[in-house]
Design a protein around this ligand. Structure first.
Ligand code: IPE
Ligand code: IPE
Ligand code: MG
Length: 251
């Protein structure tokens, strides 16, 4: 496989520009609804609409990769009625949004252990990925039944199956076998909803990502709050282990 990426621990992406890859934990739907005395699932429905807005804002800003955590491998622990509603929303989004994605040049990619989803959802995912496969303005990755630990184990197990004689795996090969092996590592990670944790999201890929936590609940997130997060990113100095003084000098 062609290595499209050099780990940013070796080359330093300039921060003055718009991040190439933004990864977001879309959190706070339930609290948003509760504050309005509505059922939690009402927050999820509004949350889906915000995905549409943020995809649009990313296209306008020139972001090339947007990765959204929609459903974690741990979210099956939620009440059955909430999980069922989330699956329905997933089906509706896959049915209704693909034309818009195509029109806007968005390639859709779903990552996670998809085997646990219904055959209907799996079929809709395949169709959506094939239909948008030629789009290149923005790659939208939705993490569904995803966990960072699952991703790492899955990568190692797939590598082992493909290379039964090999004894050691290196960093670049492991990266290739991850669910997002063909994408650059996220430059900016955003978590809405006030919690400051990774919740088993992209454990490997976030090694040198800049973090931005905001109290804004996901259904209130929009193009302006996205721009504020990008502006905060642009103030950072990404050093990857070096000193400030070294950054101006060739490495
Ligand atoms: C995020 O919002 C959506 C999913 C995890 C599916 P939450 O549902 O976690 O909202 P809070 O954290 O309870 O407010
Ligand atoms: C993380 O949110 C997963 C998604 C946003 C899909 P959670 O709300 O499930 O995370 P925890 O359980 O509070 O860490
Ligand atoms: Mg939450």
């Amino acid at each position: 496989m062609l290595r499209k990426l050099i780990s940013p621990t070796q080359t330093i992406p300039p921060v003055a520009i718009v991040p190439k890859h933004i990864a977001i934990i879309m959190d706070g739907n339930g609290r948003w609804a509760k504050k309005r005395l509505m059922p939690r699932v009402a927050g999820h429905a509004v949350g889906v609409k915000r995905v549409r807005d943020v995809v649009q804002a990313c296209i306008e800003q020139g972001v090339e990769y947007l990765t959204l955590f929609a459903f974690s491998s741990e979210n099956w622990r939620r009440p059955e009625a909430e999980v069922t509603r989330l699956m329905e929303l997933f089906v509706h989004a896959l049915e209704d949004e693909v034309d818009r994605l195509l029109k806007n040049g968005v390639r859709l990619n779903i990552i996670g252990d998809l085997s646990r989803f219904s055959p209907r959802i799996q079929e809709l995912i395949t169709v959506a990925e094939v239909r948008t496969g030629g789009c290149s303005k923005l790659t939208l990755t939705i993490a569904a039944n995803y966990g960072g630990r699952w991703d790492l184990l899955n990568a190692v197990n797939r590598w082992r199956a493909a290379n039964p004689e090999a004894t050691e795996i290196d960093e670049a090969t492991l990266t290739d076998y991850l669910a997002m092996g063909d994408a650059p590592e996220p430059d900016l990670f955003i978590r809405t909803g006030g919690e400051q944790r990774i919740s088993n999201f992209l454990l490997w890929q976030l090694a040198y990502t800049e973090f931005h936590f905001t109290d804004t609940l996901w259904p209130d997130f929009n193009g302006d709050t996205l721009k504020a997060a990008i502006a905060s990113y642009q103030q950072r100095e990404r050093r990857f282990g070096r000193t400030s003084e070294q950054l101006g000098a060739p490495v």
